[in-house]
Write a protein of this length. Structure first.
Length: 320
């Protein structure tokens, strides 16, 4: 009857979101008087999950799962949930997990709530708080099915170390044929990903051209941040579509989001509203982004950003 949590990894290393969902599952387990079982797929150092609240890790080592496959991954998690008798399954809100969740909900005949922000306000009835209307409102949602699937919004709960330990057990689920074969996957492994980043530096058409993107990358490097862009920038081919954030791109739930030269179209704001602190730098004082931002600088990015980089470097040097 333990809480089951799916922990995502990349090249064998657990993503930040994986540690966050384990921390969140531990909070639910404490409320329900049970424990946390994590399921990992081709990950290394599974015992690390014990420090965030897992007491057992079901470790799957399978070369056919080296590339993400929603049907096979959902089947593996479903097998684990039934094997453990889990009535609560916790996932992240990554793109992969959002593909998984509907398949898993059908297989387990479970209710699924996405974009959850906090630990349940009640476990009987099981009630969680989630964002709604593209992050403009909150909804307290009750899950009435016997099995419940919770999708935790990234960076909403944080990492909570409990100092515990976990036993690691090999797990070999029965997997279906999916009809999909992945031939190759190309990844930018040398950069902080938008999904895992605590800080995101994003640029828009106000940068005037791709040749000026160096200052965005330099600011991101100083802050240890990921780089992103608005939809027009990716449409123009200045930046890859993988960096496009917004309602029609990747959602961002970072602790700090810095928008440079982005006016703030409603679709862009809808995709970044979950970020905790939003900063905008723009020459247009009437830009819509200023109404949504926590802090704003009315000024020329080509003057403000280099100065900001200089000050940040000086601050880091003094506090090294």
């Amino acid at each position: 009857m333990s809480i089951l949590v799916y922990t995502e990894s990349d090249n064998g290393k657990f993503k930040k979101a994986a540690l966050e969902v384990v921390s969140y599952a531990k909070a639910i387990a404490d409320q329900m008087g049970t424990s946390v079982t994590a399921i990992s797929i081709n990950a290394d150092n599974e015992a690390e999950l014990g420090n965030y609240g897992a007491t057992k890790v079901l470790s799957i080592k399978n070369d056919t799962l080296s590339a993400f496959n929603a049907k096979k991954y959902a089947a593996a998690i479903e097998n684990a949930a039934k094997n453990e008798g889990s009535k609560v399954v916790v996932l992240s809100s990554s793109a992969d997990s959002k593909y998984l969740a509907p398949l898993l909900a059908v297989g387990l005949e479970a209710g699924y709530v996405s974009n959850v922000m906090e630990a349940p306000s009640s476990v009987s009835p099981f009630t969680v708080k989630r964002t709604a209307f593209t992050n403009k409102a909150y909804a307290n949602t009750e899950i009435t099915t016997e099995v419940k699937i919770v999708g935790l919004s990234n960076n909403s709960f944080g990492l909570v170390e409990s100092g515990g330990s976990a036993t690691v057990e090999s797990f070999s689920p029965s997997l279906p044929e999916s009809g999909v074969n992945v031939e190759s996957v190309d990844k930018a492994t040398d950069k902080v990903t938008i999904a895992d980043a605590e800080t995101v530096v994003s640029g828009g058409r106000g940068l005037k051209g791709p040749e000026n993107w160096g200052m965005i990358e330099e600011l991101a490097e100083v802050l240890g941040a990921a780089t992103a862009c608005s939809k027009p920038v990716s449409d123009l081919g200045w930046r890859p579509h993988s960096e496009h954030v917004g309602q029609t791109g990747k959602p961002v739930a970072s602790n700090l989001y810095i928008a440079i030269g982005i006016s703030g179209a409603i679709q862009h704001l809808a995709g970044i509203n979950s970020s905790k602190v939003k900063v905008v730098i723009n020459t247009d004082a009437e830009a819509p982004f200023f109404k949504a931002a926590d802090y704003g600088i009315v000024g020329d990015a080509f003057e403000v950003v280099p100065t900001l980089i200089e000050k940040l470097k000086a601050f880091k040097a003094q506090n090294a």
